[in-house]
Structure formats: structure tokens, C-alpha cells
Design a protein around this ligand. Structure first.
Ligand code: UDP
Ligand code: MG
Length: 313
């Protein structure tokens, strides 16, 4: 008989003592029902200082399918998932939050999509429950801005909740860049992608571990690792400043020639000089930043292409 396919589940946890047991038992219920598959659960404890780790250790003593990685300190959600992905041994990988906002019960349907040949099945939030207006608005703005700025299309309203084929995870693991912005990279790699729409629930217990500071960091990581457009905006600013200086100059010359109104002596020369040189400086910075952008592209060392299949080679 053919060997069973294996599912690896990656769960990051930071101060999640209130949800550990619920998360473990719900995940297990779901996985045990899927008897066509083997499974493993990899939990990454992201430097929690509460009982998260000891609760996990207790569970792992009775269950060797539960694997734990524990960080020396808090390195952040993206780092935790990135680490988990390095240790998976399954054929297909589910990335899911510990707080059960993304219902594990939908795994069965996601697996069907995977069996049909889709390689990245990303959860797309239809509705988000139990989140503040501010969170909803900021998340919305974040996804729209990111898409306007970045060079790859990153699906809106999509977090890290995903079912991913092993070969895509291998590609992600082989990328040499640090500070991986996973939801961007998972769409950057290409492959057969499929949205899976679901209802995002309330947190099972506890508070969000994404305060404003962490959200802003995630947003800037996302924008900076997928775009050099912020650099280019300096150039536009510079050109605008130069145009303003020319307008002021023309205005002053006309006033002077036709004696339209009396400008304070010195006003023209100072205004023109300030705006003109501010413009020249910004344009120069822009030129330099084009080079920095190029250097940045190179230092990330992302491959230029990814080959999915080779035929007759
Ligand atoms: N998380 C983490 N490290 C952090 C912050 C969060 O591993 O520094 C985990 C957290 O335990 C949860 C997931 O990342 O499993 C998502 O966090 P949370 O639910 O607090 O974010 P939200 O759903 O509010 O955006
Ligand atoms: Mg959450």
C-alpha cells in the first residue's frame, strides 16, 4: 500500500498560555479525523515568559507528534513561522495562529484544493469578528498601501493562514534573505495559488499579541522588502520643488517687469534659492537611492527565477 501523505502544522505562540490546550485539542481533533493522512504539529514558542512552554512540554511528553521549538527571546511572529518551516517533514504544510481565529476545521476543504493540484491555498478573510474598528481599518489600509507600492501582487485581506505544498516551502526555506515577510514571499514565489474564503473568528482567549508597534514594524518590513518606490518618491518631491522655484521666479520677474506689486527686496532671490536647491538636493538623493535600491535588491539575494518543472532535462 502507498504510504500516507503527511501534514505538518506550524503554530507560532507568544504568551499563549490561555489557548495552548484548546489549540492543541482542536488541532488534534481535526487531524485525527483526517485518517488518510499522517501528521505532526510544530509549535514555535517565540520567547513567551508565561507558562506557554511548560504547558507545551507537558503535552509533548505524551505525544511525540507534537514538536516544539523554543526561542531564546521574542523574535516576532514572522521569525517564528520561518523557523517552524525549516523543521517540517510533511508533504503539505499548514500555517495557523494559536488563537484559533482561523478555524482549523477548514483544513479538510483546503486539503481537497491541494489534492486538486493547487500549491498555495491562502486563507482570505470574508468577515473578521471581534476585532476593533481601528484594527480593521489599519489592516485594510495596510493591504491597500502595500499593494500600491509593491512590485508583486500580494492578495488583500490575507494573513499567514495558509496550506502550502512542500516544494513551495522548500523554495521559501532556500531564500537567503533575512527578515522574511512571509505573506509577500508566498505570493512572490508564484506556483498555483488559490484563495480559500473563510470567516475570521474572535480570539479564543487572551489579547492580541500585535500591538501597534509590532503592526507598524510588520507594515514597514512588508513595504520595504517588496518595494523601492519610497526611494523614488524623493525624486518626485525634488522635481516638484524645482517647478515651484521656477514658478516663483517667473512670478517675480513678471511683477518686476510690469511693476504689478512691490515685492520686499530680497524675497525673490531667497525663495528661489531655497526651493531650487532643496529640489536639486532631493533629485540628487533620488539618483543615489536608485543605486541603493539596486544594491538592496542584490543583497536580498533572492533568485532571479524559480524553476517549477524540468522536462527531458
Ligand atoms: N505571535 C508570535 N510572536 C509575536 C507576536 C505574535 O509568535 O511576537 C503569534 C501569536 O501567538 C499568534 C500569532 O502570532 O499565534 C498571531 O498573533 P495575534 O493573534 O496576537 O495577532 P492578531 O490575530 O491580533 O493579528
Ligand atoms: Mg489573532
Amino acid at each position: 500500500m502507498k504510504e500516507k501523505k503527511k501534514i505538518s502544522v506550524v503554530i507560532p505562540m507568544y504568551f499563549e498560555e490561555e489557548v495552548v490546550n484548546e489549540c492543541y485539542s482542536r488541532m488534534n481533533d481535526v487531524l485525527n479525523k483526517l485518517d488518510k493522512y499522517e501528521y505532526e504539529i510544530i509549535v514555535v514558542d517565540d520567547g513567551s515568559k508565561d507558562n506557554t512552554l511548560s504547558l507545551l512540554e507537558e503535552l509533548a511528553r505524551k505525544d511525540n507528534k507534537l514538536k516544539i521549538l523554543s526561542f531564546s527571546r521574542n523574535f516576532g511572529h514572522q521569525a517564528a513561522v520561518t523557523a517552524g518551516l525549516k523543521y517540517v517533514s510533511g508533504d503539505v504544510i499548514l500555517i495557523i495562529d494559536a488563537d484559533m481565529q482561523d478555524p482549523p476545521e477548514v483544513l479538510e476543504e483546503m486539503l481537497e484544493l491541494w489534492e486538486q493540484g493547487n500549491e498555495v491555498i491562502y486563507g482570505k478573510r470574508k468577515v473578521r469578528k471581534g476585532e476593533s474598528k481601528f484594527k480593521l481599518l489599519s489592516a485594510k489600509m495596510f493591504y491597500r498601501t502595500l499593494n500600491a507600492l509593491s512590485d508583486v501582487e500580494i492578495p488583500v485581506d490575507t494573513g499567514d493562514f495558509r496550506l502550502v505544498d512542500r516544494k513551495v516551502v522548500d523554495v521559501i526555506n532556500s531564500l537567503p534573505e533575512h527578515n522574511k515577510f512571509l505573506r509577500g514571499l508566498f505570493s512572490w514565489v508564484g506556483y498555483k495559488q488559490k484563495a480559500y474564503e473563510y470567516e475570521r473568528k474572535e480570539r479564543f482567549a487572551g489579547k492580541t499579541k500585535y500591538p501597534l508597534k509590532k503592526m507598524l514594524k510588520l507594515a514597514s518590513d512588508g513595504i520595504i522588502s517588496f518595494s523601492t518606490k519610497p526611494l523614488k518618491m524623493l525624486g518626485i518631491l525634488g522635481i516638484v520643488a524645482i517647478i515651484i522655484s521656477i514658478v516663483i521666479l517667473i512670478y517675480a520677474l513678471i511683477s518686476y517687469a510690469f511693476n504689478l506689486n512691490q515685492l520686499t527686496p530680497g524675497w525673490t532671490s531667497i525663495m528661489v534659492a531655497i526651493t531650487f536647491f532643496a529640489g536639486v538636493q532631493l533629485v540628487s538623493i533620488w539618483v543615489i537611492s536608485e543605486y541603493i535600491g539596486r544594491i538592496y535588491d542584490e543583497t536580498r539575494r533572492r533568485p532571479q527565477y524559480i524553476i517549477d518543472k524540468k522536462i527531458n532535462i
